[in-house]
Design a protein. Structure first.
Lengths: 135, 293
């Protein structure tokens, strides 16, 4: 019973922070290609928590063993904050798997759909279910 | 024993509550809105009558966001944070009261069967803008986005109402708009064109009627690039239907861009216990380097 109460309490907060929509300041197709989905795993080297889009950078080893620094675009910090994420939700050195879409004309640049930490927690996601793991 | 358990529960509650409170305060400046009407069970009564100013006018003061019924062309709450939009969102359902069609952020004319009544010049321009993936929408370059995109932008806006001027502060692009309600006319001395034009308002009963002229030639009414030019005039009719809801009907006349006037509706709902968050678009604008050329 008590567990259910706390779950409801947390879920209520999750729903509250999930209520705001997140939107890019530019149209998706101005920059990204919806026919080029990407999924890469790497180590966070930098987080830029600034408008109009938060960005983070990860070192990813390609098939030939060469390390490329990927630049992933997120929603605005304002939108992310309304969903409960903060500038400390992702840290340098975190190992993450990122799914998203590649830029049309720039290598190693992507739009972010999901970010999964090595322990399975998801950060920066928008659905209320995913927000229940919000630190 | 019972009292110890109760004490334990209180301590547990306090710890968890403190954890949530701290994390929420660390995220954004939440503070309870004052004077919210409540239902019998203590929840905000969004259908309570609209508040009024001391001079008896409906008071639009508050923080507002566009209402988002399903299918209105905006992203749902459960979507990934920055997922690609479907190429053609379904048009919003027509209003049940027979009013004008609902506009969307992407397409002001989404609710019209045949779209907006573009002149040939405007139709060609909109087609070219769409073919360019709207990469020159002012918003995509951290420039002012114009009144209709501001009405439909998901970031909140705050209205401050005084007898002589109504100020709307938009979180999007940090824009500010003045609507003069002191009786002055629209300027007729060839004013400098502005992104947001020059707005004067008067009351028609409980409806605030706002007329705006003096626009620049390169306004985008929506993300898809419906134009508005310096020959354009916008008339907005603001109604605060009740405590929680506001309705804005927007009529656009612009002989250069449209063969006839048209009217669309935007619904807003109140946002409680929150405030605007600073948004400075140019602090880290790095997307435009990657726009498709």
């Amino acid at each position: 019973m008590k567990v259910r109460f706390w779950f409801a309490f947390a879920a209520a907060f999750g729903v509250t922070v999930a209520a705001a929509p997140v939107l890019a300041h530019h149209s998706f197709s101005a920059e990204f290609d919806r026919s080029k989905p990407v999924t890469v795993t790497g180590t966070v080297t930098k987080v830029e928590w600034a408008n109009p889009h938060a960005r983070f950078f990860i070192d990813v080893k390609d098939e030939a063993g060469k390390v490329n620094n990927w630049d992933f675009e997120l929603a605005s910090p304002n939108g992310l904050m309304r969903r409960g994420w903060t500038r400390n939700s992702l840290k340098i050195g975190d190992v993450v798997t990122v799914s998203g879409w590649a830029a049309k004309n720039a290598p190693h640049v992507g739009n972010t759909s999901t970010v999964t930490l090595s322990d399975g927690r998801k950060v920066f996601a928008g659905s209320s279910a995913e927000n229940e793991t919000n630190p | 024993m019972t009292s110890r358990r109760t004490l334990l529960n209180v301590v547990q509650f306090a710890m968890v509550f403190a954890a949530f409170t701290v994390s929420l305060l660390a995220q954004w400046p939440a503070y309870p809105t004052r004077g919210v009407p409540k239902t019998k069970d203590g929840k905000p009564d969004l259908t309570a009558p609209a508040p009024r100013t001391p001079d008896g006018k409906p008071d639009f003061t508050g923080i507002w966001e566009p209402a988002r019924p399903p299918g209105n062309g905006q992203r749902g709450n459960g979507a990934p944070s920055n997922a690609p939009l479907s190429p053609e969102p379904p048009p919003p359902p027509p209003p049940s009261d027979g009013g004008p069609p609902i506009a969307t952020f992407f397409n002001l004319g989404a609710g019209f069967k045949d779209g907006l009544p573009y002149t040939p010049w405007a139709a060609a321009l909109r087609k070219a803008r769409a073919a360019d993936n709207a990469k020159d929408n002012p918003d995509a370059h951290c420039l002012p986005i114009g009144l209709t995109q501001l009405h439909l932008h998901p970031q909140p806006r705050k209205i401050l109402q005084t007898p002589d001027v109504i100020v709307i502060m938009y979180e999007a692009q940090g824009e500010v708009r003045q609507i003069f309600t002191d009786g002055r006319p629209l300027p007729n001395n060839d004013p400098q064109p502005w992104w947001r034009g020059y707005s004067v308002g008067h009351w028609d009963g409980d409806t605030l009627v706002v007329e705006t002229t003096g626009f620049r030639d390169d306004v985008w009414l929506d993300v898809n690039g419906s134009p508005l030019t310096s020959t354009g005039k916008m008339t907005e009719r603001f109604r605060r239907l009740n405590y929680g809801n506001m309705q804005i009907e927007i009529t656009i006349e612009d002989p250069k861009a449209y063969t006839k006037p048209f009217t669309v509706r935007v619904n807003h709902r109140i946002m409680l216990d929150t405030d605007l968050i600073e948004f400075v678009c140019n602090e880290n604008e790095k997307s435009s380097r990657f726009y498709d050329k």
